[in-house]
Design a protein around this ligand. Structure first.
Ligand code: COA
Length: 507
């Protein structure tokens, strides 16, 4: 990336280190008393979180803690465990939305036990395969930091194992088609009765209503959530975006809901249902367009290019091309090399406070005082001409040169980075956002690490599990099955694929 941003990133990293070491020096030396921690436990399932919950007044008096919290840990930053240590997740997810959620929980320290159908597993293991016979990147990039157990949820013994898992875990996360969990016999009533503390978190395509029974994939959600109708160019069809706002976006929402439900459980002692509909998740991300829908009732949307072009608005929010969704007009402009490089472009924002430096840079100093250009409202009807003029300047420089020059003047711009450039970007490796992982079957691959950086809960990315890799380990070490019971389970069909019927002997 641009030199300056590298320098900035280094400076930032240094200052973060400084802050961390200063904070380290300040950390109180005292450890919470063992007895106080014991008293605070509400359930045995969430060890790390339960410590934080205790009647405030009493404990504050007895151990000097504030607001009922234990005394600050004296352990070095990042060595006091992980944010979700002790949280056990029964991960019944597949494809993308659910796995995004549980992978994040895993990054934050939760023990994610992924239940997969024997012999088959998550369908994405075999989808879009790039290495013959190996788990696909689709699967490996969404299932890090998890253990895999194979269970046939419709086999009687399998059901028994699942019941043990439900008793053992804090959260069940699933994104089956509507009704599938019930058809397995895992209704909310059954789960809640079996483990009243369990949080049952689901992704579905739609919330309750006319479409609640529909199966939904990413692009269906992008369309039903309002994003597609507002994406693309005015004179073209609706477009879906490459960012998986329906799947990964909804997974993110669900993860937040789960963490909030775990927090509430500290007070109530009981679990609850958490539902994220993909339509709702997409709409939440597209909320600025619902904002614009309401603004339409009060007149044209003046920051949309079509306003300046004199094109009338219809009844619904139109597609706005590359117009900025906020109050500062922006557009994608060509840079040097655009004729051969499809990504030689830059997003340029004509932010009002830096209008003067923009005019100087592009050789139009007179625009600073010209009443047709000097103020944001005066510029709105002329945006097309303004961006065409800026583009004459950006076309003389590479996107990184434009970025460097603009950064010096605090002008907000963004180079259009290709996935190749992102994969090779050292600063993203340095922060753990892009991580190289080694896999026994497929070798090294890149994945996206935890986009949420926490100073006391450091993410380690562990490769995705092979199908059923941890079945025996979970049955014996987590669920306590004896060797004899394990042998019985192995022959019950609960953890192995159904045997193929023997071929009829040739006559
Ligand atoms: N043992 C036995 N059966 C299992 C099993 C296991 N371990 N795991 C799954 N199954 C069964 C289910 O019970 C279901 O059987 P049923 O239909 O007889 O009840 C079957 O596998 C298929 O599950 P389903 O969820 O319907 O998968 P699908 O491939 O047909 O549909 C989706 C995929 C994504 C469209 C659908 O799951 C869905 O709409 N999910 C909710 C929205 C969502 O998350 N979409 C985005 C995905 S990224």
């Amino acid at each position: 990336m641009a030199k300056k941003s590298k320098v900035k990133a280094k400076a930032k990293a240094k200052s973060t280190k400084k802050v961390a070491s200063r904070a380290k020096a300040k950390v109180a030396a005292a450890k919470p008393k063992k007895s106080a921690v014991k008293k605070a436990a509400v359930t045995s399932n969430v060890r790390s979180i339960t410590k934080a919950v205790k009647p405030a007044a009493k404990s504050a008096k007895t151990n000097g803690a504030a607001n009922g919290l234990p005394k600050p840990s004296s352990k070095p930053w990042g060595q006091a465990g992980k944010a979700l240590d002790g949280v056990k997740v029964l991960d019944f997810t597949h494809v993308q939305s659910g796995p995004t959620c549980t992978q994040l929980l895993g990054y934050m320290g939760a023990d994610c036990i992924k239940v997969e159908r024997p012999g088959v597993g998550d369908i994405t293991r075999g989808q879009l395969r790039d290495v013959k016979g190996q788990d696909s990147l689709y699967f490996t990039m969404l299932n890090a930091n998890k253990r895999s157990i194979t269970i046939d949820s419709k086999n009687p013994k399998g059901k028994e194992i699942l019941e043990r898992l439900i008793k053992h875990c804090d959260v069940l996360v699933e994104n089956f088609a509507p009704g599938a969990l019930d058809r397995m016999g895992l209704t909310w009533d059954y789960i809640h009765k079996t483990n009243p503390r369990m949080i049952v978190a689901s992704v579905k395509g739609f919330g309750p209503g006319p479409y609640e029974d529909c199966k939904v994939y990413e692009n269906v959600a992008q369309c039903a959530g309002g994003a597609a109708s507002t994406t693309g160019f005015r004179d073209g069809p609706p477009l879906v975006t490459g960012a998986q706002i329906g799947d990964s976006g909804t997974g993110l929402h669900l993860a937040l809901g789960i963490v909030a439900a775990l927090y509430q459980r500290q007070r109530t002692g009981r679990g609850q249902k958490v539902l994220c509909a993909m339509q709702d998740g997409v709409l939440n991300l597209a909320r600025v367009k619902l904002r614009d829908q309401q603004r339409l009732a009060h007149g044209p949307l003046s920051e949309y290019s079509q306003f300046g072009e004199g094109v009338a608005f219809g009844k619904a929010v139109p597609r706005a091309g590359n117009d900025s969704g906020g109050g500062q007009p922006g557009w994608i402009l060509k840079c040097k090399g655009w004729e051969n490089d499809p990504d030689a472009y830059i997003y340029f924002i004509t932010q009002a406070p830096v209008w003067g430096p923009i005019c100087d840079l592009i050789g139009k100093p007179e625009w600073k005082t010209d009443p047709d250009y000097a103020t944001p409202p005066a510029r709105l009807p002329r945006l097309r001409h303004i961006f065409d003029t800026i583009e004459e300047w950006t076309k003389t420089k590479t996107k990184f040169e434009v970025m460097n020059t603009c950064n010096e003047h605090d002008i907000p711009v963004g180079p259009i980075l290709s996935m190749k450039e992102i994969a090779e970007e050292q600063s993203l490796r340095d922060t753990g956002t892009v991580v190289e992982v080694d896999h026994p079957g497929r070798g090294k691959y890149l994945t996206v690490g935890n986009p949420v950086k926490m100073s006391d809960s450091i993410t380690e990315v562990k490769r995705s599990p092979l199908l059923g890799e941890h079945t025996e380990e979970i049955l014996t070490k987590v669920l306590g099955y004896s060797a004899k019971e394990l042998a019985e389970i192995k022959t019950s069909g609960a953890i192995t694929p159904p045997e193929k019927p023997a071929k009829a002997e040739a006559a």
